[in-house]
Write a protein of this length. Structure first.
Length: 227
């Protein structure tokens, strides 16, 4: 009887040990395995500009000089909160300009319309812009105009242009984002305090950033005419 009890006790202890080990293992599993099988963002945020690493985009300054932006970084990842991220960097060698584009979205969507709510945050010098999906923006502005309203909170910083010309090339379905600016030139992700700005960014889903107008009246614009 004593041997039977001893064996039973050992069996119970072994079972409990196995359960504890399993429990510890489950708490240390990377969260991304529970969120999604891929970290890649899809839709407007991913398609914007066709920005692939190594791509070069010709630009022109309002002063007349020509330069190019190169896509130097394109990073997809998913964080512990199941949020997908896509960070892109455009840089020019001379003059030294840098544009960062960051997109963030949830792993899952409730419906296809949710994908139209995607936006992209752009940082250029001390300026920051929120680029809304032009397709969604056009629909929202049409509804506002039909209702006879001047604006709604979520589109006050944006407008839509059916067609415009930049450096000899016509672009359709152009959206315009009104910018804000950091009190100091942007240096880190921890900067949050911004103030109003008259800066504007013109963009299109297919081509990406078309033009950035700064507060002093100068601007940089895509220059595909000679491309």
């Amino acid at each position: 009887m004593m041997k039977f009890c001893t064996k039973s006790l050992l069996l119970i202890c072994s079972t409990l040990g196995l359960l504890c080990a399993c429990s510890e293992k489950s708490t240390t599993e990377p969260n991304f395995q529970k969120c999604s099988d891929t970290s890649k963002i899809k839709g407007y945020q991913a398609d914007f500009g066709g920005y692939k690493e190594g791509k070069t985009i010709p630009f022109k300054h309002s002063d007349g000089y020509l330069f190019s932006f190169a896509v130097t970084d394109r990073d997809n990842f998913i964080d512990d909160a199941c949020q997908k991220h896509l960070n892109t960097t455009l840089e020019s060698a001379y003059p030294i300009y840098s544009i960062s584009l960051s997109a963030e979205t949830t792993t899952f969507y409730y419906n296809e319309d949710d994908k139209l709510n995607q936006s992209i945050t752009v940082k250029f010098g001390q300026y920051i812009f929120s680029l809304r999906n032009p397709e969604r923006l056009e629909k929202e502005l049409a509804l506002i105009n039909a209702d006879g309203k001047d604006s709604l909170a979520y589109v006050r910083d944006s407008s839509y242009i059916e067609k415009m010309e930049i450096n000899g090339v016509a672009y359709a379905d152009v959206a315009v984002a009104k910018g804000r600016k950091y009190e100091q030139p942007y240096k880190s992700d921890y900067q949050t305090k911004t103030v109003e700005s008259s800066a504007k960014l013109y963009y299109q889903t297919k081509t990406g950033i078309l033009k950035i107008e700064m507060e002093d009246g100068s601007y940089i614009a895509i220059n595909e005419e000679d491309d």
